[in-house]
Design a protein around this ligand. Structure first.
Ligand code: DC
Length: 223
């Protein structure tokens, strides 16, 4: 049976970086589920779907097929055959995705695709509801988090390093807003699974967090 590791947590906790590196160490496939939510959002937005009209969103989903594939180890997502991997990381798509991800029809649409990914390979899958909804029987569940201030500071440093003139307070308020949107929605809200291991990366650098995840997986799977 393939091994599945679920890593959930809020935006900006470093989940994807840590999960990707831990997967490489363990020889597992890293699956970024946020990317499929982003892709569907991107597609609906570009098609001019009215995001406030759930019936219109459901209708749009009927004509849509999303797919995850891997090229040279990197995950690609495509919608109706078009690779949208590079177009889904804008701030606009980030905030719009958190709106679309709250819709039960969108979550139901993407559920089977995510489960399918874990059927035939060892995976580390990251998201918000992997341990609670998508893979409730995952072999290992980790809730990876850090305080809003730590997450905002990391984002601030990252953008400043790129030469962007951003304000820390603006970033902190968008982190808090995304947290609220993701945890207060009624459909599969972000919350720690009862059997998940809590990992606060506030005082860890990336390498320390990766090592911790690798140790947890080895411990849990080899028990
Ligand atoms: O991890 P990310 O920032 O790429 O996620 C984008 C959005 O999608 C974020 O608002 C949370 C949502 N999401 C979700 O609701 N469930 C998942 N399994 C993954 C992401």
């Amino acid at each position: 049976m393939p091994v599945s590791v679920a890593i959930d947590g809020p935006a900006g906790a470093g989940k994807s970086t840590v999960a990707k590196k831990a997967a490489a160490v363990l020889g597992f496939t890293y699956v970024d589920t946020g990317a499929v939510y982003r892709s569907v959002t991107f597609f609906c937005d570009r098609a001019g779907v009215n995001k406030d009209d759930d019936a219109a969103v459901s209708k749009a989903l009927e004509g849509l097929s999303a797919d995850i594939s891997f090229k040279d180890g990197a995950q690609h997502v495509s919608v109706n055959g078009e690779d949208v991997t590079d177009m889904i990381r804008t701030p606009k798509i980030s905030s719009l995705t958190s709106f679309y991800a709250a819709k039960p029809c969108v979550r139901a649409f993407l559920l089977e695709l995510q489960r399918e990914m874990a059927r035939s390979r060892d995976v580390i899958m990251d998201g918000r509801d992997i341990g609670t909804v998508v893979l409730p029987d995952a072999d290992v569940k980790i809730f990876l988090t850090a305080s809003p201030e730590v997450r905002a500071k990391r984002r601030y440093d990252e953008l400043r390093a790129k030469g962007e003139n951003v304000s820390f307070d603006d970033i902190l308020s968008s982190v808090n807003q995304r947290d609220r949107q993701d945890s207060e929605r009624s459909a599969a809200p972000l919350k720690q699974a009862e059997d998940a291991i809590y990992l606060d990366t506030g005082d860890m650098d990336i390498d320390a967090a990766v090592q911790r995840v690798v140790d947890i997986v080895r411990n849990e799977v080899c028990k």
